[in-house]
Write a protein that binds this ligand. Structure first.
Ligand SMILES: *Cc1c(COP(=O)(O)O)cnc(C)c1O
Length: 400
């Protein structure tokens, strides 16, 4: 079968809710993926940062196989021997005393929204059904009805109303806008420390600290959505660590399983997740032993292979080298660690054609927000591989 045959099958039988690049991948290891026609590509998207540890990391695959042969799912009606260690290791790594495991990122965001509302009512004393949660313009937090209810992306909402009430949206990067939006009913502020889908947008220095202080002053939960920016992507364990804050809750997903299984979680101070009682919330697969075993090993790989430090050092090198490319198309190169966005000028006529050209040269990346190329390869990438990629990126950005 040729790539075209796979693509035709997919287009015929699948819902058309994505517009992928036409590369049909059949296997991958580390930073490299191989397509059905025998071509090999450097993966500069890393499944939206879910494979920070590299594709099919041998240790994570081994943990998957070993656990899969023992027990995969107990449901939370019973206990299993992996979840307690997952909780403990997550707590020791992050400093948060409590966590709640789910599967997709969106489910973890929903969990945080529920916890914030319940905390608002039961602890802060906000009148029932009046809780307000403040979010930012250009956010991305998933695709459920409640989450798209606070999206500012027209397409994400088009046709999907009626929406969930109780959200307010303020400008990202502007702490005064947050302060002005607060009322006595505000229970939480949810923010991405770096906006990923928004185009790798880094807020002004001091923004996280300023908004955190505003939240503390007003008895509002500060919740960091680190599903994409977290777990080493930004060059720190969490992107919020560039500023001196400790969010009340942190949402993680994606790289929590090294891309081997859907595992997400909310981490928090005791009083936030502490509002949940048996039966308040749950998920059939959440906290299952297979996911827990995979996540435990994924976290160990992240730390033991020093991937966070590598992300910081090589990411800064990659970003500075990209910024030095003399291209008439580039408006700005930004990011932190190995989380990099190259914004093109409007005259460049969109990032897609650059991604297509890079694909022809064996580099996979995906445009975000029409005119941003995101470079976020697995954190196991080597300096030589970045050098190789830079040669091609430079040629594409200066000749196209
Ligand atoms: C990807 C992402 C989500 C949603 O995760 P899913 O696993 O796709 O549901 C939420 N927040 C941020 C910041 C993300 O990047």
């Amino acid at each position: 079968m040729s790539a075209k045959d796979f693509i035709n099958l997919e287009e015929q039988y699948g819902a058309h809710n994505y517009h992928p690049l036409d590369v049909v991948i059949e296997r991958a290891e580390g930073v490299w993926v191989h397509d059905v026609e025998g071509k090999k590509y450097l993966d500069c998207l890393a499944a939206y940062s879910a494979v920070n540890q590299g594709h099919c990391h041998p240790r994570i695959i081994n943990a998957l196989k070993t656990q899969a042969e023992k027990v995969t799912l107990t449901s939370r009606a019973f206990r299993n021997d992996q979840l307690p260690f997952f909780y403990k290791e997550l707590s020791e790594l992050t400093g948060y005393p409590m966590s709640l495991p789910m599967n997709s990122g969106a489910e973890a965001v929903e969990t945080a929204l529920k916890a914030a509302r319940k905390w608002g009512h039961k602890v802060k004393g906000v009148t029932e059904n009046k809780a307000e949660i403040i979010t930012c313009k250009n956010n991305f937090a998933g695709r459920t009805i409640s989450i798209i209810s606070f999206s500012t992306e027209e397409q994400y909402r088009d046709g999907f109303g009626p929406f969930t009430p109780g959200f307010k949206i303020v400008e990202y990067g502007n702490s005064q806008a947050l302060e002005a939006a607060i009322t006595e009913n505000t229970v939480a502020f949810i923010v991405e420390p770096i906006q990923g889908e928004g185009g790798v947008v880094v807020p002004p220095a001091g923004y996280l600290k300023a908004t955190y202080d505003i939240c503390k002053k007003n008895n509002i939960l500060f919740i960091a959505d680190e599903i994409q920016s977290g777990l080493g992507r930004s060059g720190k364990l969490f992107a919020f660590m560039y500023e001196d804050i400790v969010p009340d809750a942190v949402i993680i997903g994606k790289a929590l399983s090294g891309g081997c299984y859907p595992v997400s979680a909310v981490l928090s101070k005791k009083e936030v997740l502490g509002v949940f009682n048996p039966g308040d919330h749950g998920s059939t697969f959440g906290g299952n032993p297979l996911g827990a075993a995979i996540a435990r090993e994924s976290l160990k790989v992240l730390i033991e292979e020093k991937l966070i430090e590598k992300s910081f050092e090589l990411g800064n090198f990659f970003r500075e080298s990209l910024a030095a490319i003399p291209s008439k198309h580039v408006k700005e190169v930004r990011g932190k660690g190995m989380f990099i966005g190259v914004e093109l000028k409007p005259e460049a006529k969109g990032a897609r054609r650059f991604c297509e050209a890079l694909k022809e040269r064996g580099i996979l990346c995906k445009e975000t927000h029409e005119n941003v190329i995101r470079f976020a390869p697995p954190l196991v990438i080597k300096k030589e591989e970045i050098d190789w990629a830079l040669g091609h990126i430079s040629e594409v950005l200066t000749t196209l």
